[in-house]
Design a protein around this ligand. Structure first.
Ligand code: BGC
Length: 260
């Protein structure tokens, strides 16, 4: 049974940190402090599941958990997850996320979670006629396609390859910090990515999330785009909030997959 007035626990699994909080779904706000665990160096399904279990225990959470993961959720395994262990690609790997004991986890791609949160509470919900592209810039580049108010899951646009390599390798939040890119240098790398997506998909709106949403004015303002762009309304919490929304939506049979 799903009910937007019932809080849910959302957990966002990142390349370096796993973060979770109870979310008030009526307001789209965190209803608890954020509980964090470092992403285990092995990043195997079992170790990540144990860390999520500790987060649920710290939050005193007995029920289902929404889990945002950095990869394509494909049946019972995770594909294209370069920031986690290859062990996720084994058939049945996602069954490990049945945490806490006895409660189902509802799984969603991390950028799709951010997109779902923006669709529900942010600017992306403004355009019900057209395509909004949500791009999250963190360890990788995640993407969510919101078309006429619906999420088209697992788009993986950060994997596009430009003349200098995969965009998620050269223009992610990690590239900014590890290569100490200035906003001008970042924009020079990111502009062809946006140009390519504009030519391919003709979006009517852009939303930028992940770590870059905190430095939106310095970085995204450098881009030359024909359509409006804004920072994710929920900032770096969009993944947590969207994972919690996914739990509520799973009860209504919408896009995210439940581990039974
Ligand atoms: C993964 C995506 C994910 C993105 C952001 C990419 O490496 O392939 O699934 O959304 O990182 O975490």
């Amino acid at each position: 049974m799903s009910d937007d007035s019932v809080p849910q626990l959302g957990v966002d699994v990142g390349g370096t940190t796993i973060k979770g909080a109870v979310v008030n779904l009526g307001a789209g706000e965190l209803a608890s402090g954020i509980h964090t665990e470092p992403t285990p160096p092995t990043a195997t399904p079992g170790d990540v599941a144990a860390a999520i279990g500790r987060i649920a225990a710290a939050a005193g959470w007995p029920g289902p958990v929404g889990v945002a993961l950095p990869g394509v959720i494909d049946g019972s395994s995770l594909r294209h997850a370069p920031n986690l262990s290859r062990a996720w690609e084994a058939d049945g790997a996602l069954e490990c996320l049945r945490v806490p004991e006895g409660a189902n986890a509802v799984l969603i791609n991390d950028a799709d979670a951010a997109g779902l949160a923006e669709l529900t509470y942010g600017d992306a919900g403004l355009d019900r006629d057209g395509l909004t592209i949500v791009l999250t810039f963190g360890t990788g580049i995640g993407s969510a396609l919101l078309h006429n108010g619906d999420l088209i899951a697992n788009s993986e646009l950060g994997g596009l390859v430009g003349s200098n390599g995969r965009f998620e390798e050269i223009a992610s939040g990690r590239a900014i910090s590890s290569e100490e890119l200035t906003p001008v240098e970042w924009a020079r790398r990111a502009q062809p990515f946006f140009d390519e997506l504009e030519a391919m998909l003709n979006p009517s709106r852009w939303v930028v999330g992940g770590g870059l949403s905190e430095n939106f004015d310095r970085f995204a303002s450098r881009l030359k785009l024909s359509k409006p762009i804004s920072a994710a309304h929920l900032g770096v919490h969009a993944g947590i909030v969207g994972a919690a929304v996914a739990v509520s939506r799973a009860g209504r049979g919408s896009p995210s997959s439940a581990v039974k």
